[in-house]
Design a protein around this ligand. Structure first.
Ligand SMILES: *Cc1c(COP(=O)(O)O)cnc(C)c1O
Length: 496
């Protein structure tokens, strides 16, 4: 097997091993790590169809983590995908109302972030061992709600690590916030930001690339890493479930080998759908990757006009994990689409930072032809929740509903009848208020936690164990700060 290294999207000639890329999270020049080559799937689909989720994960990850042994990958995968997932299949495909829903929310925090964040701590620890890295790893994370809890859950109590999470104080659901501020574990720190997700993410990126802070950190025996999807170790595990979904459709006889399928992905930071792009580049038969946005439709505008423009009003919506104006992982896609031209990517990112926008040329846009894009308004999102529930008794969350709505519109407009999978990224319990209000306005008056019982009755799906006693759990984290105070807060926590 040929070695795959990782290089920055913003500079040539700086290649590192997978272990180093995962450990450091972001390249020193502020670019994101991408594989020097995207490996091809080299087994037949009938061979792959015989594998369970864990075996498939080991196979696909081995193609990318060429500096890890198979035993190391197997151990990490077995620790990650164990009985903290409430379905033995890990991911679950449900067909309702003539649509396939790929449920990725059966992990400990009820959102798809668990699919990668259950594994990342093990990949990081292995990477530290392999590279002889003895420093304590400080995981710095900005969250729009779901990453934070999934990362806290993944890293709580993991020896040799501390985890610091910044979340928008007024930009997450009550359940999301409660999940985070009740987090146990001596190595966990949770801080609200008086700002939105982009402020939190920019703050974290700035801390990462601050040479003075880095120096102080090193002197004190610490190093930073990231649990955000800027870390390639977050992205790679997400490729697995796209391949798994394809195999599941094959196993159920819904498609023939080689038949192309579409995926519709509710998108924020562009990490999830980028993993689908990697799966396609590896040889998965994909027709269209449909990028679904909510009212913050910066990506829809980008795919339809070739102009990425973050200078616009920011909306807080019922799908908060998609309330993002700077989709970090688009940088990786642009790098590949622009023929791996790092100078060009650096210029675009500089424009985004200084002018607030950039425009890609026609030939780059042409390389994005496997993407389609759509968006759903708040009213359309609600209507989708209602429509699916009334047709099939199946309750979807607000993010999944955005994707469902976008898929319906896409199919109507294009008459593309290829089998389509909606990526279901969160349990409806996580957004109980907005989901139930989509069915009946009367729930607006009811306490979010009291709604769990209502939802259980209505959906006939048991309240998931990890949130059953959420309301009773003590609040352990109360700190709030302004975005510009983030470096200071980090310094205080670490005693720098
Ligand atoms: C994070 C998240 C998204 C967006 O995923 P990206 O990888 O950031 O595009 C969508 N839905 C839910 C529930 C999420 O937690």
């Amino acid at each position: 097997m040929t070695t795959i290294n990782y290089k920055s999207t913003r500079q040539e000639g700086h290649n590192v091993s997978a272990a180093t890329a995962i450990l450091t999270g972001i390249a020193p020049d502020g670019g994101l790590y991408v594989p020097t080559r995207i490996p091809k799937i080299d087994k037949t689909f009938s061979e792959l169809a015989a594998l369970n989720y864990r075996q498939l994960a080991v196979y696909l990850l081995s193609l990318y983590l060429t500096d890890f042994t198979e035993a190391e990958i197997t151990k990490a995968v077995d620790c990650a995908y164990d009985d903290k997932f409430r379905t033995p299949q890990i991911a679950q495909l449900e067909t309702k109302n003539n649509t396939h829903f790929l449920e990725l929310f059966h992990g400990p925090t009820l959102a798809f972030k668990d699919m990668a964040l259950a594994l990342l701590p093990y990949l990081l620890k292995t990477a530290a061992q392999k590279t002889g890295q003895k420093k304590e790893i400080v995981i710095l994370t900005a969250t729009s709600g779901d990453t934070g809890k999934a990362a806290l859950e993944g890293f709580a109590g993991v020896e040799g690590t501390k985890i610091i999470v910044f979340f928008p104080e007024h930009g997450v659901s009550r359940v999301q916030k409660r999940q985070m501020v009740t987090q146990r574990g001596k190595n966990t720190y949770v801080i609200g930001i008086e700002g939105n997700f982009d402020d939190a993410q920019n703050g974290v990126k700035a801390i990462f690339t601050d040479p003075v802070l880095r120096q102080k950190l090193a002197e004190n025996g610490y190093m930073f890493s990231s649990a955000n999807s800027i870390n390639i170790g977050r992205l790679l595990p997400q490729i697995v479930y796209y391949v798994w979904a394809y195999l599941e459709l094959l196993r159920r006889g819904c498609i023939k080998t080689g038949e192309k399928i579409n995926f519709c992905v509710p998108t924020g930071n562009f990490g999830n759908i980028l993993a689908a792009y990697y799966a396609e580049q590896m040889g998965l038969p994909v027709g269209k990757l449909i990028c679904a946005s909510n009212k913050n439709k910066v990506l829809f505008d980008f795919f339809t006009t070739k102009i990425y423009d973050r200078k616009r009003e920011f909306f807080v919506t019922s799908s908060p994990s998609m309330d993002i104006l700077i989709s970090s992982n688009l940088e990786r896609l642009l790098y590949h689409a622009a023929g791996e031209n790092s100078e060009q990517v650096r210029a675009w990112m500089e424009d985004l930072k200084t002018k607030g926008s950039y425009e890609i040329p026609a030939e780059t846009a042409a390389a994005l032809k496997s993407f389609a894009a759509g968006f759903a308004t708040e009213a359309e999102t609600k209507a989708s929740i209602r429509e699916v529930f009334e047709a099939s008794g199946y309750l979807i969350d607000t993010h999944t509903a955005v994707a469902y709505s976008v898929l319906q519109k896409y199919q109507k407009e294009t008459l593309d009848g290829a089998p389509a999978v909606v990526v279901a990224t969160a349990s409806p319990y996580k957004f109980s208020k907005d989901v139930l209000c989509a069915l009946e306005e009367k729930f607006a008056q009811v306490d979010d936690f009291a709604l769990f019982k209502e939802m259980e009755k209505i959906s006939q799906v048991e309240i998931p164990a990890p949130i059953r006693d959420l309301k009773e759990r003590p609040v352990l984290h109360r700190q709030v700060c302004r975005p510009e105070e983030m470096p200071q807060v980090v310094s205080e926590i670490l005693g720098l």
